[in-house]
Design a protein around this ligand. Structure first.
Ligand SMILES: Nc1ncnc2c1ncn2[C@@H]1O[C@H](COP(=O)(O)OP(=O)(O)OP(=O)(O)O)[C@@H](O)[C@H]1O
Ligand SMILES: [Mg+2]
Length: 493
């Protein structure tokens, strides 16, 4: 084919393509215009239609439905009233579960409860109202697919039937026994009842080597709340004992109740504690910024926690950022009321009990062990307390500087790192090289009373991680010093 012929054919094809495109665009525009006109017409016609006929029909239908619902709820209320006047609380509970929130309101049931003078139903209604009115708790209730009716049924059981079971020594009631939507647990010591949401995926909080932690609800007529329920998977004989002894101590995580129960021949031990919404300090440290005031406040609280244990001659033996619990409310750094506490008392021991297994690590988490902890057989009773101070020093080091201590390296703590003495020498040198210069500089400044409260705070931490166990200070001294530092930082805030 010659060039001229090729050019002519190409021009003909191009013309055809242009024509087709113009035609298709025309059809699209016409279609769209048509659609818009039709739409506009429909929009004009619709309201007239609804106004005249449908609206009246709809109103009539709604009125019929309202009347039917009223008849139905009146019948339901009558049924509840009958059951209640026969003192048939099991039936009352079952009826409430099916009707409240699905037609019947709490206010309607309250009227019936008043008529029948049922104090337990009135209290159960108060508790249900408290949940529904608490925004956060109500959100949790919905998340775990827990209806208002179900809660009211459980509340009524707790108010009316639980004491009868408790008198007969039944403190853990599983749902098969009660026909309730979940298990219940009662602690006779604190007289507190807990609603246990067994194995619900949305209630998982965390797990460690010895526990599974999930959310449970502390039942209270006025202020029910979500708490953490730590179920021991491995028997830790001291954890319950130490937790009981430290319940209510400042600086230690808020322990609400410690319970024991037996089920199908298995023994269970549970610790109920405040639910620290942020979780472990380990998780929080790298996600949040803290002001100096907040850092000082957290440090003081944790040192107080160590001192509360040591005052009672308990050693913690497992201090690490993972074993401190924290709750950081929303807000800007420096303006928040942060809650923190020393937790996980699973390795705690009384230093004079003679039960401490010297073949085990001085601190549960290897990286938090002091140099002297490498020679386990030489450890004396008081060394456990000094090792706690060192480990807490490591936690505070991370908090203060925002980075891990340089000596947190496996090679110093694992056998693969060489002989004990080689690892000991290496660790001592590493700690010295990272802390000694700054500590001495601060010490010189302190001697001339020229340090700022922030520098005093830094010096206290560097003292706690001293390579020489005798120079770390004891928890009582450190607590007193940190209190002074905190007061100065607070006054500058
Ligand atoms: N009260 C609580 N509030 C929020 N989270 C919690 C609470 N108690 C425990 N947790 C979470 O569960 C995890 C495990 O708890 P804990 O450290 O007590 O168990 P453990 O089995 O003794 O752990 P370890 O492995 O240290 O021995 C914690 O690291 C934390 O994330
Ligand atoms: Mg732990």
């Amino acid at each position: 084919m010659s060039y001229k012929m090729f050019r002519e054919r190409f021009i003909v094809k191009l013309k055809m393509l242009v024509k087709c495109t113009i035609f298709a665009t025309g059809i699209l525009i016409a279609g769209f215009a048509n659609f818009s006109v039709l739409n506009a017409l429909e929009e004009q016609e619709e309201p007239q239609h609804i106004d005249l006929k449908t609206q009246r029909r709809q109103a009539l239908l709604l009125e019929q439905q309202r009347q039917q619902a009223e008849i139905k709820s009146r019948a339901q209320l009558l049924q509840i009233q009958k059951a209640l006047s026969r003192n048939d609380y099991a039936l009352t509970g079952a009826l409430l579960k099916e009707t409240v929130g699905k037609g019947l309101t709490i206010a309607q049931v309250r009227k019936v409860a008043k008529k029948c003078n049922s104090k337990s139903l009135l209290r159960a209604l108060d508790a249900t109202k408290a949940i529904v009115e608490d925004k956060e708790l109500n959100k949790e209730r919905i998340r775990i697919h827990f209806t208002r009716g179900e809660f009211l049924q459980i509340a009524l059981f707790i108010e009316n039937d639980l004491p009868w079971h408790v008198q007969r020594g039944r403190q853990y009631l599983c749902k098969k026994q009660t026909n309730l939507p979940c298990d219940l647990e009662y602690d006779p010591q604190t007289k507190k009842a807990f609603i246990v949401f067994n194995q619900h995926p949305h209630t998982y909080v965390g797990a460690g080597s010895n526990k599974i932690v999930s959310k449970a609800m502390l039942y209270d007529q006025k202020r029910p709340k979500m708490v953490a329920r730590a179920l021991q998977t491995e028997k830790k004989k001291n954890e319950m004992l130490v937790s009981q002894a430290l319940r209510g101590s400042p600086g230690v995580f808020e322990i609400i109740a410690c319970t024991k129960y037996e089920q199908s021949g298995e023994k269970y031990r549970t610790i109920y504690s405040k639910l620290y919404k942020t979780g472990s300090f380990y998780d929080a440290l790298h996600k949040h910024q803290f002001s100096l005031y907040e850092k000082a406040q957290m440090a003081l609280t944790l040192i107080i926690g160590v001192d509360e244990l040591h005052k009672r001659k308990f050693t913690h033996r497992d201090i690490s950022t993972r074993n401190c619990l924290i709750e950081i409310p929303p807000g800007l750094p420096g303006k928040r009321d942060i809650k923190i506490g020393l937790a996980d008392l699973g390795r705690s021991e009384h230093i004079f009990s003679g039960d401490i297994d010297l073949s085990k690590k001085v601190q549960g988490h290897s990286l938090y062990n002091p140099p002297e902890g490498i020679f386990r057989e030489d450890i004396k009773k008081k060394d456990f307390l000094r090792a706690d101070v060192f480990a807490m020093g490591c936690v505070l080091y991370e908090l203060f500087y925002g980075r891990l201590p340089g000596w947190h390296q496996d090679k110093y703590f694992r056998k693969v790192g060489g002989s004990e003495s080689k690892r000991y020498r290496g660790l001592m040198e590493k700690i010295k090289s990272e802390t000694r210069k700054q500590r001495n500089a601060l010490l010189a400044k302190k001697a001339s009373k020229a340090t700022t409260p922030q520098e005093d705070f830094e010096y206290l931490i560097l003292r706690m991680v001293h390579h020489n166990k005798l120079k770390r200070g004891n928890s009582g001294e450190l607590r007193w010093e940190m209190e002074q530092i905190f007061n100065k930082i607070r006054s500058q805030k």
